[in-house]
Design a protein around this ligand. Structure first.
Ligand code: TXE
Length: 492
């Protein structure tokens, strides 16, 4: 794919463009923001510092495109979206490298998870729309009711930096498939794959159907969420930002989906399949440098196997390689930003102040050569903390887990349910009755039993309490992005 460049600080930098009305364009204000490569800590590209004028252009274009796109047959919408899938898959390696360079995650992870899932998101909803039906309700000989589900209009899709293209497309795909037009804003920290997606869509989708605007959340994001011609918003990101968006959307009666933070419990009973629980707990603790809202950051192990599990776990964590994201042997890459690395390191200091003992990790990693200024932190395991201390109550969102023993189900449920979050939980036990009992009692929107991050895209996805409002996935997402209308016809 061709690039656009500009000179900045005496270097030729790739310039990311907005995608508005089918064209790749500069921000109206002509200003740009520095985009960093986490692996090296250096600026490597520039992103538009867009503002409300760019948002206005995009919303106008999406509004103009809506009548034609929403009345296009679902087969035709499906066929166009499947062309996007084909292009992503044809450029898998380029997308994976772009994702890794922008986010700091190992390129093997982007190639294996992020980019294939982005393609899958589009394919899932491009085919799902062909089977999306609504219901009717008979009143015997009196009347018949039927429900119409129509696209709403211009949808705002706003996504975070941890799984950039994966979460960006998870919102855009259902919104487009059911017939809405979209103005989407990726995180200003990881804009690159959204830009690569724009380059593809500019060749496939009609102008205005999808618009992608880059820039700061407080400028572009808030201009988008407060726009009177944007009746529906889908957001994934921090709980605080979710609350900010809700404050804007509520008095305007906008439809809102919020997928927010998590502080997920990982409960391991003595009768678990030990090797499977151990191996998968390494993944659920440190995949993507622990920057997944579904990671299990609080590990609870039943007392009889606590010492055995702790020893085996700590040994395996200590052996994990932290390296540059381009090295296929790196188990962990770089954290997404200097600010986020400092946030994670500050929580390690807090854990020590709260009485925690570091069993392994706990320090920033310095890599020699061109990566010496990158943002790397050791995978860290901490024990000896109270279940309700700040380290165990607040979302750290990095390579830091706490571990502690428990003796009874009641005790571990008290611990697990103690946070203000309720997104996902993991339970390891071979006792079927206990598994169902725990799943029934634990406060989370998603419960994995003897597995983690096993995903069927048809299932309702989301959390309770401060983990969000609403559900994504399957027909839940297609219902969210449509308005139901009940028509009642008298038969007499
Ligand atoms: O999210 P933000 P960030 C958690 C994690 C992380 C914290 C903040 O703890 O440290 O959230 O992460 C846009 N109106 N999660 O900074 O700020 C912003 O530009 C409209 C959990 O990435 O919430 C970006 O595109 N939009 C989460 C997006 O919102 C606004 C994954 C997310 O930014 C806005 C990531 C505003 N006022 C972080 N302010 C998960 N659940 O997966 C910002 N934005």
């Amino acid at each position: 794919m061709q690039g656009h460049f500009l000179y900045y600080k005496f270097a030729l930098m790739e310039k990311i463009l907005n995608y508005i009305d089918g064209k790749l364009v500069d921000p109206i204000g002509g200003k740009y923001i520095e985009n960093f490569e986490p692996a090296t800590g250096k600026i490597y590209s520039m992103i538009p510092d867009s503002d409300e004028r760019d948002v206005e252009l995009a919303v106008e274009s999406a509004s103009k495109a809506f009548p034609a796109w929403s009345t296009l047959s679902k087969e035709k919408r499906s066929a166009l979206i499947l062309k996007v899938v084909e292009e992503i898959e044809n450029n898998l390696d380029e997308f994976a490298l772009a994702e890794s360079r922008d986010n700091g995650k190992p390129v093997w992870l982007a190639r294996r998870v992020d980019i294939p899932r982005a393609a899958k998101n589009f394919r899932f909803f491009a085919t799902g729309i062909l089977h999306f039906a609504s219901e009717s309700h008979s009143m015997e000989k009196t009347a018949i009711n039927y429900t119409l589900r129509s696209p709403i209009g211009v949808a705002a899709c706003i996504s975070p930096w941890n799984l950039p293209l994966y979460l960006f497309t998870w919102k855009i795909a259902p919104a487009l498939a059911v017939g809405n037009c979209v103005v989407a804003k990726p995180s200003e920290i990881t804009p690159m794959t959204a830009y690569k997606l724009a380059e593809i869509c500019a060749k496939i989708l009609p102008p205005g159907v999808l618009n992608i605007i880059h820039g700061y959340g407080h400028k572009v994001g808030s201009a988008l969420t407060s726009h009177p011609k944007v009746p529906v918003i889908s957001f994934t990101g921090g709980t605080k930002t979710g609350a900010d968006i809700a404050r804007v959307a509520a008095p305007m009666f906008k439809k809102l989906s919020l997928e927010l933070g998590g502080k997920n419990p990982n409960v391991i009973f003595a009768d678990c399949d030990f090797e499977k629980a151990l191996s998968r707990t390494l993944d659920s603790s440190f995949d993507n440098q622990g920057q997944i809202c579904l990671c299990g950051s609080r590990i609870f192990v039943e007392k009889p196997i606590y010492e055995k599990f702790k020893k085996a776990f700590v040994e395996r964590v200590a052996a994990m390689k932290v390296g540059n994201p381009y090295d296929e042997n790196s188990r962990l890459g770089a954290l997404v930003s200097k600010q986020h690395m400092e946030k994670v390191l500050s929580y390690i200091e807090l854990a020590k102040e709260e009485g925690g003992t570091i069993l392994t990790g706990g320090k920033q990693v310095r890599i020699d050569g061109e990566y010496k200024d990158g943002w790397y932190v050791e995978p860290t395991v901490i024990e000896g903390l109270a279940y309700n201390c700040r380290t165990n109550m607040e979302e750290v969102f990095g390579p830091l887990v706490t571990i502690m023993p428990f003796e009874t189900e009641e005790e571990v449920l008290l611990y697990a349910n103690a946070t203000e979050y309720g997104l996902a939980s993991t339970i390891w036990t071979e006792n079927l009755t206990r598994a169902h009992r725990m799943a029934n009692e634990i406060h989370s929107g998603i419960v994995w039993i003897n597995c983690w991050l096993l995903r069927d895209l048809r299932t309702p996805f989301g959390g309770v309490k401060n983990s969000g409002v609403g559900r994504e996935g399957g027909f839940e997402a297609m219902k969210f992005f449509t308005e139901p209308k009940n028509v009642c016809i008298s038969l007499s």
